[in-house]
Design a protein around this ligand. Structure first.
Ligand SMILES: [Zn+2]
Length: 104
């Protein structure tokens, strides 16, 4: 995945379009990310008998598909597509397609 935990992303579709947030979790198998403050769902959690489990209505972020977010480049502060820059030794680094700066 081109987006990692800790990245700042901007939502590019859906109800939260235009909202920026930090990636709290990346789920590469599902191609989804959890973004702070984005796609909050109310979950009705029943009492489970386990005192550690919170119950009632819990608000929390639900994962959204990576295609719905764009990485915000820390150099030019714009949502961008991610390219790869391959160094002479073969290592790949993420690169902003707009300003060509290395992101990692
Ligand atoms: Zn940039």
């Amino acid at each position: 995945m081109k987006i990692k935990k800790g990245d700042t992303v901007e939502v590019i579709s859906g109800n939260d379009r235009g909202v920026r947030g930090t990636v709290n979790a990346a789920l590469p198998k599902e191609n989804r990310v959890v973004v702070a403050g984005v796609h909050i769902i109310k979950k009705h959690q029943r009492r489970t008998g386990d005192v550690r489990t919170q119950f009632g209505i819990i608000e929390r972020e639900a994962p959204i598909h990576v295609s719905n977010v764009a990485l915000v480049c820390p150099h030019c502060d714009r949502p961008t597509r991610v390219g790869y820059d391959v160094a002479a030794d073969g290592t790949k680094a993420r690169m902003c397609r707009k300003c060509k700066e290395i992101i990692d």
